[in-house]
Design a protein around this ligand. Structure first.
Ligand code: ADP
Ligand code: MG
Length: 234
């Protein structure tokens, strides 16, 4: 069953139309990647999925339910969490406080959820008293992902989780995304790193100029000459 369905979505900022009749979907259990050039509308699509932009036309559904423009706390309660591209941690709070802030809209014990995040990211357990603002880019990205996982999502939206990271850290973040997915969380991610994200993703959508350009399995897109030309330097 489709967890997230975006269908014929047109939206933008103020008067400026950015997405034109974009469609994409994430099935239960999948990692789906959105790739495309800078300014293609990838982040806009993520924001629209999370209710931050209202559809001008078309729809955003979570399961059967229409969620276009719904308030973030309601979307979170339905089981979707969003890690923005930038400014995704509270820099003056410690790692532990960031995780606790992540959980505040949910009822129930946060201890076990915190332990799950620390098991996934042992580095965060070691540094739980450290302020997030003092940490490296890779560690901050772990804090941001951990904070979203504190909400126990069914679907995690990640906007460029590996941006600006050194190659070893990029690999580490991709492995953790695989682990998160193995634990039963579906993932919709935007990535600069087209090759790695196509290797990781079950399926992917290529956006160009605010429109769907191609989609398919990660493997099929990796082998596609147009994708090679556009993104893989081939
Ligand atoms: N908050 C905003 N207000 C106005 N225009 C925006 C805003 N965010 C993005 N845009 C514009 O929308 C277009 C798509 O941006 P974005 O979705 O961030 O692209 P991508 O993530 O693919 O690089 C760009 O032309 C960008 O300048
Ligand atoms: Mg972006």
């Amino acid at each position: 069953m489709a967890l997230l369905t975006i269908e014929g979505l047109t939206t933008g900022y103020g008067e400026m139309e950015v997405l034109r009749s974009v469609s994409l979907h994430v099935e239960q259990g999948e990692i789906v990647s959105i790739i495309g050039p800078n300014g293609a509308g990838k982040s806009t699509a993520m924001k629209a999925a999370f209710g931050l932009l209202k559809p001008w036309q078309g729809s955003v559904r979570f399961g059967e339910r229409e969620i276009g423009g719904l308030a973030a706390d309601k979307i979170v309660r339905l089981g979707m969490c969003y890690v923005p591209q930038t400014d995704n941690v509270f820099p003056s709070l410690t790692v532990e406080e960031n995780l606790e802030m992540g959980a505040f809209v949910l009822d129930g014990a946060i201890g076990p959820r915190k332990e799950r995040v620390y098991a996934l990211f042992p580095r965060l357990a070691e540094r739980r008293r450290q302020r997030a603002g003092k940490m490296s880019g890779g560690e901050r990205q772990m804090v941001a992902m951990g904070r979203a996982l504190m909400l126990d999502p069914k679907l995690l939206l990640l906007d460029e989780p590996s941006a600006g990271l050194a190659p070893l850290l990029v690999d580490m973040i991709f492995e953790r995304i695989r682990d998160i997915n193995d634990s039963g969380v579906s993932v919709l991610m935007v990535e600069q790193n087209a090759k790695k994200s196509l290797e990781l993703a079950h399926r992917a959508f290529v956006l160009v100029n605010g429109e769907n350009r191609m989609d398919g399995t990660g493997a099929a897109l990796l082998a596609d000459p147009e994708v090679g030309r556009l993104f893989l330097g081939g």
